[in-house]
Design a protein around this ligand. Structure first.
Ligand code: SAM
Ligand code: SF4
Length: 317
């Protein structure tokens, strides 16, 4: 569906849970979050209805996210049902990867086309520190399990943090040499737990090009990522610059939170409830959310944090 500013809105991110088995410092509070009652959250049936309603309006790409989507009970069945909706061209998942050893094959069988795995460091101690509890080996196993399950375009999301992983840029870029991996560097956003974190840690994607000058621009983008490649490499490198390069004019997304709120824009606290509605009502609510999508986000930097009004684990990235 075309919005009021001529953008074709064809992509919906659906967060299926606020809960997570990690506590990344820039995303979630250390104590985790209070588990809410089932009656406050979308049921699987409501989520499927919302996906069908969105598809009827021209959404053809859906990304399942969270919290951590793989801690959600019934996640494989939910993916299967969404993948079967007539009109879905791409069903993807963003995950921290730690449970993919268990789920990768089932997800592939259920019709998930691609997985994006979040991994901010290749160092065991640093991984434990940034996630406050995680085991690097589980995430690395998850990447291997994804290849073994037959996912051919595995993407790794790396949030750039100064003084934390800017010394690993070359190592991440090197991963793309021999395997068809796409490593995507993402600028840290001042949102949720990232607000305090951001002030000291922000590093622009320009730093990737400075640290890996061999990267050649492919003069194309893959979604919001500008694409690069090492000469002769099997994989690619993507740079996602939500801060240093505003991309609202090309935004094609809406978001649905696990508690049933539609967010027309990531950085606005404008939310419209869809929970408890019939599928027909959802069609009208989603249509309105698309038409309400703002032209541009507000100024976004360490002094002007996002007005999203939620931590990232309660939005879905
Ligand atoms: N748990 C899953 C994961 O980590 O991939 C899915 C949810 S997570 C909220 C989705 C993405 O948002 C992750 O790639 C994470 O690194 C990113 N993210 C969270 N907080 C962020 C922030 N303040 N700035 C930039 N990216 C952030
Ligand atoms: Fe969990 Fe993902 Fe947030 Fe890390 S980034 S705390 S894995 S939801």
């Amino acid at each position: 569906m075309i919005d009021n500013y001529g953008r074709n809105i064809n992509y919906m991110r659906i967060s299926v849970t606020e809960l997570c088995n990690l506590r990344c410092r820039y995303c979630m509070p250390e104590e985790g979050i209070q588990k809410r009652g089932h009656e406050e959250m979308m049921t699987a049936e409501e989520t499927i209805d919302a996906a069908k309603a969105a598809v009827s309006l021209g959404i053809n790409k859906i990304r399942i996210t969270g919290g951590e989507p793989l801690v959600k009970r019934g996640i494989v069945r939910l993916c299967r049902e969404i993948a079967q909706i007539n009109g879905i061209e791409e069903l993807c998942m963003t995950t921290n990867g730690t449970l993919l050893r268990t789920y990768a094959k089932e997800l592939k069988g259920a019709g998930v086309n691609r997985v994006n795995i979040s991994l901010d460091t290749l160092n065991t101690e640093k991984y434990k520190d940034i996630t406050r509890m995680g085991n690097l080996q589980e995430a690395l196993d998850g990447i291997e399990a994804s290849f073994e399950a037959g996912f051919d375009k595995v993407k790794i999301n790396v949030v750039l943090m100064g003084g934390f992983n800017d010394d690993e840029i070359s190592a991440f870029v090197a991963l793309t040499m021999d395997r068809p991996l796409e490593v995507r560097f993402i600028e840290l956003m001042p949102i949720g737990g990232g607000i305090d974190f951001d002030k000291a840690r922000f590093v622009s994607c320009q730093e990737v090009l400075a640290k890996a000058p061999q990267l050649e621009s492919l003069n194309m983008s893959d979604g919001v990522a500008g694409m690069y490649r090492l000469p002769g490499a099997k994989g690619r490198v993507g740079l996602i610059r939500p801060i240093s390069c505003e991309f609202c004019h090309g935004c094609n997304k809406i978001r649905l939170t696990a508690d049933g709120m539609l967010k027309p824009c990531l950085h606005s606290d404008d939310e419209i409830s869809i929970k408890g509605s019939t599928q027909d009502e959802m069609v009208e609510i989603i249509r309105k959310a698309i038409l309400d999508k703002p032209k541009m986000r507000n100024q976004l930097d360490a002094d002007n944090p996002s007005r999203a009004g939620r931590d990232m684990n309660r939005i879905g990235g």
